[in-house]
Design a binder for this molecule. Sequence first.
Ligand SMILES: Cc1ncc(COP(=O)(O)O)c(C=O)c1O
Length: 443
Amino acid sequence: MALDAKGARPNDLSALWMPFTANRQFKKAPRLLVAADGMYYRDIDGRQILDATAGLWCVNAGHNRPRIVEAIRRQAGELDYAPGFQMGHPKAFELASQLRDMAPEPYQHVFFTNSGSESVDTALKIAIGYHKMRGEGGRTRLIGREKGYHGVNFGGISVGGIGNNRRFFGPLLPGVDHLPHTHLIEKNRFTRGQPLHGAELADDLEDIIATHGADTIAAVIVEPMAGSAGVILPPKGYLERLREITAKHGILLIFDEVITGFGRLGASFAAERFGVLPDMITLAKGLTNGVIPMGAVLVTGEIHDAFMQGPEHMIELFHGYTYSGNPIASAAGLATLETYREEGLFERAAELESYFEEAVHSLRGKPHVIDIRNMGLVGAIELEPIAGAPTKRAFSAFLKAFEKGVLIRTTGDIIALSPPLIISKAEIDRLVDTLGEVLEEIE
Ligand SMILES: Cc1ncc(COP(=O)(O)O)c(C=O)c1O
């Protein structure tokens, strides 16, 4: 079993500048993982750590899955790399077909990227290009939402709405507006599933349209369930309204499903779970079970076809990445989808939802807890911030949970749970019991 692997302890941590990490704190007390199998990591001290975050919301089928490992091994020895510009290889086409078959009917085409950030910037560019191709080149404005997370590239941080991710990086893209967020804790506290209050916030889109004119707006992008800002669920009726308003004004609607895709909410995509179909869906993470970087954008036939004009020898979309549809990533993607299908993991997530819901809501009443939210296999426990030291309490919870052998994730003062879809009821119990202890013990 891979968990037996022993990792050599690095004796110098200074060269690596770690992403989204408190580098100085980390390097004083490093948390190093050396192996993973199923629901568990093993750290460098040989401790078993329950993975309650599916890595970073990506290892939906759990770790070290034989079909995926074998597919990568085999592909590396067969066709390691093939250029994706003006050339192709069979597995990228097969993976695109399988994604099309898995997705709701409007999505007929797939553009491959290598990450969620790239998927987002690709979708934004396709949106603007689509209008240009149809003779509406004035539609260049993009609308995101406060607290939205759409990765870290310039397009994504421009439409994104997390202050720290934007404010160090200059003026960003011009012509971007933001809808209000829907984190209405006073009204929706301790809601199970979709909250009742806040659908009317979608109507702010009408105001933005009235200010600029619909003929200047290319697209609206939202996460159907905001993950990174701390699990903010769409109020009942909210996504429907966004869809109605965008359709009425000829504006494209993009769902960023980098987190919600591939079973996280108990359905293939959040679009299905909520019954609202956008014009494009951005994906990454669970597409390859997090094992190899890969992302994708699903687009409707109408969007794709708008580009298929002009002489046939001409490139239709001047966009793509060296690794778009990389053979090893494609092989990993195919094996991942097969694992999901074979083990019925999306259905399993749906079946476990009510057990998971009961479990996380049992933490109501524990110290510091001011809200709990959940859907599918996602849970959030929001803590009262320490006055004058925001994020400190949740970070202490993260460190304490790790000490107790459970990996959770925190954002602001919110604990976010997103375990692999293979989690057992006993492991859910252990997770919640540990969190209960953590909340009792932290300041
Ligand atoms: C909704 C959403 N979009 C985009 C991204 C960015 O993905 P990546 O880190 O693969 O670039 C993330 C990552 O968490 C995400 O949650």
